[in-house]
Design a protein around this ligand. Structure first.
Ligand SMILES: NC(=O)c1ccc[n+]([C@@H]2O[C@H](COP(=O)([O-])OP(=O)(O)OC[C@H]3O[C@@H](n4cnc5c(N)ncnc54)[C@H](OP(=O)(O)O)[C@@H]3O)[C@@H](O)[C@H]2O)c1
Length: 337
């Protein structure tokens, strides 16, 4: 008989990516602690509907800025997946309070508790935002895990989300080094895929905007895209493989706006789509996810991601036009156009 899998904790458990990770962990026999700011909020109700949730999923009310609430969620767990970070879609007015503190202090709080409770391994969710915003990287050299976003460059652009993810990841890896904690980080790009939760997260709003169209003009920039189910797989691979170490890029698809719209139109001709796409420099260096592929990570094809995303949005009624309420691009994404 197979040995039972250990107990693990997922912070920010009700979110888009965390929900898929919890579904995967439960299907593999793990007992899961999910930390949520409000377990009673109806937006988190989908978690208890997952297969095996009644037996093996435990919900904890915790804020990453409050160690007293976090400790019970982490206690007794061999592994932690730290995903809780705000991904605000609106313009950030108070960077410290809205993103920097929850991302940076929140991550250090999680790590300190993990050290105290002797957690075996921590997988920290970072982002391409911590990798790609680097104007000094040579255009012809693929960006790999040695590439870090430039903090001053992001600060000048008031790109506070990127600053938050960059500093949180750097401090997490430094903390790991100094305190002998086993920490690995994952840096996904734009994550699309079917929704398990009833609310719509920021990255899914980008794809919905491209399909529905609206007043925000988009450029023909390049998009790095990964499927939410492949991100969940990558997180679990990083946890389970003893040889994983440091940071990992997971950006398998690169496509410009016009090609993405053309591909979607072929698959789903009935939608309006964005009608104005302004020319833009294609010059971004591609990303290499060889380090993750070397751990046997096999992402699916972009077509499958798009098909399953659109079908999920249709099922949730998210692609219907609402009179007097045009679809808008999240402000965070407008800044990156
Ligand atoms: N989606 C992407 O394209 C993408 C790409 C790269 C990296 N990421 C990273 O992946 C992670 C999950 O993102 P997502 O796309 O799944 O977004 P999401 O659905 O908005 O999930 C974010 C989660 O963080 C939680 N959270 C925010 N502030 C918190 C706090 N102070 N204490 C506890 N929990 C808090 C939120 O809980 P509430 O429901 O209580 O607000 C929510 O569950 C984040 O770390 C994000 O930076 C996402």
């Amino acid at each position: 008989m197979a040995l039972p899998q250990p107990r693990v904790c997922v912070t920010g458990g009700g979110g888009f990516i965390a929900s898929w990770l919890i579904k995967l962990l439960l299907s593999r026999g793990y007992t899961v602690h999910a930390s949520l700011r409000d377990p009673c909020d109806p937006k988190n109700a989908h978690l208890m509907q997952l297969d095996k949730a009644r037996e093996n999923l435990h919900l904890f009310k915790a804020d990453v800025l409050d160690c007293e609430t976090l400790t019970p969620a982490i206690e007794g767990c061999r592994g932690i997946f730290h995903l809780a970070t705000p991904v605000p879609e609106h313009k950030i007015v108070d960077p410290e309070r809205e993103v920097l503190d929850p991302a940076v202090k929140g991550t250090l709080n999680v790590l300190k508790i993990c050290s105290t409770l002797k957690v075996h391994k921590v997988v920290v969710m970072s982002s391409n935002a911590a990798v790609t915003s680097n104007p000094n990287w040579p255009q012809d050299r693929p960006k790999d895990e040695s590439c870090w976003s430039d903090k001053e460059f992001c600060e000048e652009k008031e790109d506070w989300y990127s600053v938050a993810k960059l500093v949180a990841e750097q401090e997490a890896l430094e903390y790991a080094e100094e305190n002998g904690l086993n920490v690995v980080t994952l840096c996904p790009p734009y994550v699309f895929g079917p929704l398990l939760q009833s609310t719509v997260n920021t990255s899914s709003k980008l794809l919905i905007y491209i399909i529905k169209g609206g007043p925000d003009v988009m450029t023909n920039r390049l998009w790095d895209i990964v499927d939410v189910r492949d991100v969940a797989d990558a997180l679990l691979i990083l946890y389970e493989k003893s040889e994983s170490s440091g940071r990992y890029i997971c950006s398998p698809n690169l496509i410009c706006t016009r090609d993405l719209v053309d591909l979607l139109k072929k698959m789903f001709p009935k939608y309006h789509y964005i009608d104005e796409i302004v020319d833009a420099d294609h010059g971004a260096a591609p990303l290499s996810c060889q380090k993750l592929r070397d751990l046997d990570w096999e992402p699916r094809k972009l077509e499958e991601t798009l098909t399953d995303s659109v079908e999920s949005y249709e099922k949730a009624g998210l692609l219907q036009d609402v009179a007097g309420d045009p679809c808008r691009l999240p402000s965070l994404i407008r800044m990156w156009l």
